[in-house]
Design a protein around this ligand. Structure first.
Ligand code: NDP
Length: 291
């Protein structure tokens, strides 16, 4: 990995994530200036070689490349709005979690202020930064992405989705949607076996290899969805996929049926529309068109 020593980097926001990002840059030898709203959070980074400054304006003026990792969109606007003049001509990479609309709004604001803008979505927790498994999604300025890719690659695997600044956030939130529904599925299973005296830890030992193996189905589903033909041979049909047994067993265990009932509703809408013999992947049509 090469370090471009001509790049002066400023990191605004030294929470758990901002500190991890800044620490990786300092370790790699980048001249790094850091700023945090509350004092005291820069001490470890300064000990490693970072420079700290008193105001966000000082940090922006110190860096050709400005990285923001603040709490949310509102805090980014609160910090950067008064600094649009100082930011002009610089590159801003914002890895704060935002919605696609907020990312686009910040990109438009940056465009008006003559700021080159790249948006980032972090698919990692702080301890993963700089290690295998960390993935960061980007969209916005292609030039900024190309120019700073050696730096971005220090944090994790970098992926770029295009000039529309909202795309990284869209992917980020879509991946998180999949994760949370999977987590809810795991919790449902754990609640289901609990009355039988099974601990969540015991259930996790079974669920981990099972759900990991099931992710192997994604590409097959994707091929059907992209092909748009849910009658392709070899698929499990919607009629076969009815979740009545899961719902009954959940009720018998005295637990909520909400998680499984949600999936059953998606299946049922397609069956009711006459597609019962088609493949399970067809539930995406229930999701695409809200009932
Ligand atoms: P923290 O809560 O640890 O840190 C939040 C940071 O934002 C602090 O530096 C805080 O400053 C600053 N901040 C909050 N409000 C303002 C404000 N109004 N003005 C100036 N500074 C402000 O959060 P993280 O570091 O964990 O997360 C930062 C971003 O990274 C978030 O958008 C988060 O969604 C994203 N992210 C985090 C992940 C994680 O696992 N931690 C994973 C993926 C993304 P102060 O110290 O003064 O309060």
């Amino acid at each position: 990995m090469t370090t471009d020593n001509s790049v002066q980097v400023s990191v605004l926001g030294l929470g758990a994530m901002g500190s991890a990002l800044a620490g990786t840059l300092v370790k790699a030898g980048y001249a790094t200036t850091v700023w945090n709203r509350s004092p005291g959070k820069a001490d470890d980074l300064v000990a490693q070689g970072a420079r700290t400054v008193a105001t966000a304006g000082d940090a922006v003026r110190a860096g050709g490349l400005v990285i923001t990792c603040l709490l949310d969109h509102a805090s980014v606007r609160e910090v950067l709005d008064p600094l649009s003049g100082e930011l002009a001509g610089r590159t801003l990479i914002n890895v704060t979690t935002t919605s696609p609309a907020q990312s686009r709004e910040l990109a438009a604001w940056a465009g008006q202020a003559q700021v080159t803008y790249l948006d980032g979505g972090i698919m990692a927790v702080p301890s993963m930064i700089g290690r295998p498994g960390a993935s960061i999604l980007y969209s916005g300025s292609a030039d900024a992405y190309q120019q700073h890719k050696p730096l971005l690659d220090l944090w994790g695997t970098s992926s770029y989705f295009g000039e529309d600044a909202g795309l990284a956030s869209l992917y980020d939130l879509a991946l998180l949607a999949g994760m949370y529904v999977m987590f809810a599925g795991f919790m449902h299973g754990a609640a289901m076996v609990a009355p039988a005296g099974v601990t969540a830890r015991e259930f996790a030992a079974m669920a981990t290899p099972w759900l990991s193996a099931m992710t192997g189905s994604f590409q097959g589903f994707a091929a059907v969805v992209d092909g748009g033909d849910y009658t392709v041979e070899g698929q499990q049909s919607l009629e076969f996929s009815q979740l009545g047994d899961l719902l009954a067993a959940s009720s018998d265990q005295g637990i909520s049926t909400e998680v499984v009932a949600m999936v059953q509703r998606l299946i049922q809408r397609q069956i009711d529309a006459g597609h019962g013999e088609e493949g399970f992947a067809r539930i995406i049509e229930s999701i695409r068109r809200p009932g």
